[in-house]
Design a protein around this ligand. Structure first.
Ligand code: PMP
Ligand code: GLU
Length: 398
């Protein structure tokens, strides 16, 4: 019997964020307390009004199949939200509710890419973009951003070929935390229009911006780019609903909507029914939670920057979005402590887990091999403890 599998899948790695999450679980079972700076998930509890709405839906028996595309009430609210917050014009019928933004993004690959089609992804980037394009036989073309993590328009222009199907824009960005400027998004829009390629706009971190940064939705810039823009967003980050798995996609024309829904009928069918009622409450309810969370993240970013600045040989760029800081750790490569040899960011991530009991993910699978990604989705007390422990562990390396 042959164990051969789908050739594309042979090249795919498990999501490193999820792998590290399991590893921390094993540590916890052994009674070792690990401070988690690894996972991109708000540490805040889901707001009580959302929980109540889900409980009420359950009590009312909302446990059956729904239309695959999601509750019309929720799609209508999403359409209104996109208009109000993002100046995007998608009717409720252009919106499909998905099981997290992750599923929406995976499905886009299935929807758009033929074998050999290219998708341009500014890097560093969220690891799932790369692997999910590969699953369907697509070719992810990671184009490095500039030193300040802003888009390198020239490099993106040079990367466009006749096989380019889409450019994936994630702002605010995972893993860099960069918020792309309006000018750079205008330049990307012009390139997409000129070359007739789709733009996939992943805006899941839109609510988490600080300082004077402004989030621009690329699909709102003009009517021509609106026709090419597929917008993805969700409830995980803005409403701390990660495990509830609720996201959505907004598609620019009826044909794409029809085919996306056709695909969806064969996959998950509708997203969990009672959770969709939680999504409705998230959008109609009080939004103070979201603002409070963004303010807290800003304070934590400032705290992390200050604490990291006193550690020798690290470099960090200040950024105004999401809840990530990319820490350049390359000066610690080719160092040793006892049995540990640090050749790369993966080695350092493992060393910090074992020696400092801090989980912080390597940038390797985010197309950032010289970096660790610090997710400051943890309390100020824990962030302080963790960064001090990192400092001590790094000091042992020679
Ligand atoms: N996009 C980006 C950039 C992410 O970091 C994540 C991870 N949460 C997602 C999409 C997927 O989010 P979810 O499936 O939880 O909505
Ligand atoms: N996107 C988050 C992260 O980058 C959550 C994990 C995941 O979905 O891969 O950590």
């Amino acid at each position: 019997m042959s164990f051969a599998i789908n050739k594309n899948l042979e090249k795919v790695n498990a999501s490193p964020t999820m792998v590290l999450l399991s590893k921390i679980g094993e540590y916890k079972q052994k009674g070792i307390d690990v401070i988690a700076l690894n996972i991109g998930e708000p540490d805040f509890g889901t707001p009580a009004n959302i929980i109540e709405a889900i409980k009420k839906a359950l009590d009312e028996g909302k446990t059956k199949y729904l239309p695959v595309e999601g509750l019309l009430e929720l799609r209508t609210l999403v359409s209104e939200k996109l208009k109000k917050d993002n100046n995007l014009n998608y009717s409720p019928h252009q919106i499909v509710i998905c099981t997290g933004a992750k599923q929406a993004l995976f499905n886009i690959n299935l929807l758009l890419l033929n074998v050999g089609d290219e998708i341009i992804i500014p890097g560093p980037c969220w690891s799932s973009y790369i692997d999910t394009a590969i699953v369907v036989g697509g070719v992810p073309i990671v184009v490095p951003t500039k030193d300040d993590w802003q888009l390198d328009i020239q490099a993106i222009e040079q990367a466009i070929t006749p096989k380019t199907k889409a450019i994936l824009i994630n702002t605010p960005n995972n893993p860099t935390g960069a918020v792309y400027t309006k000018e750079s998004l205008e330049a990307i829009a012009a390139l997409a229009i000129k070359n007739n390629i789709y733009v996939i706009a992943d805006e899941v971190y839109e609510k988490l911006i600080f300082d004077d940064a402004i989030h621009y939705s690329i699909g709102s810039l003009n009517e021509d780019i609106a026709k090419l823009t597929i917008t993805v967003n969700g409830f995980s980050k803005a409403y701390a609903m990660t495990g509830l798995r609720l996201g959505y996609i907004a598609l620019p024309n009826d044909y794409l909507v029809e085919k996306f829904i056709a695909l969806h009928t064969h996959l998950t069918s509708n997203s969990t029914s009672c959770v969709q009622y939680g999504g409705i409450e998230a959008l109609v309810g009080n939004q103070d939670f979201v603002e409070g969370m963004a303010q807290e993240f800003k304070e934590r970013r400032d705290l992390c920057l200050e604490l990291l600045s006193s550690i020798p040989h690290l470099e960090v760029i200040n950024v105004s979005g999401a809840f990530y800081l990319m820490v350049d750790v390359s000066k610690y490569f080719n160092t040793k402590y006892q049995d540990y040899t640090i050749n790369n960011a993966d080695d350092l991530s493992l060393y910090l887990l074992e020696q400092a009991h801090v989980a912080i993910i390597s940038g390797a699978s985010f197309a950032a091999p010289n970096f660790l990604r610090l997710a400051y989705s943890n309390s100020k007390t824990n962030l302080t403890k963790a960064i001090k422990a990192i400092e001590q562990a790094l000091a042992q390396l020679h």
